[in-house]
Design a protein around this ligand. Structure first.
Ligand SMILES: [Zn+2]
Ligand SMILES: [Zn+2]
Length: 66
């Protein structure tokens, strides 16, 4: 008898969505949880200093220098 795993449901990797292993054991490259893929040019917001968008697209409150 093989005492493999007692879990009724097979493990499905959250990284590559393939069954048989967990995401932490995934042989494939981990992809970030960000929906936006890394583009060659990464804009950085001058308002909140977060990458991924420009200051004009910033959803955060704008700093008014006064
Ligand atoms: Zn995987
Ligand atoms: Zn911003």
């Amino acid at each position: 008898a093989r005492v493999c795993s007692r879990s009724p449901s097979p493990a499905v990797c959250y990284n590559c969505n393939e069954p048989g292993h967990f995401s932490r054991e995934c042989p494939k490259e981990k992809r970030p949880s960000r929906p936006q893929a890394d583009s060659p040019e990464r804009p950085q917001c001058f308002n909140c200093h977060e990458p991924g968008h420009y200051a004009r697209d910033c959803h955060k409150a704008r700093r008014s220098r006064s």
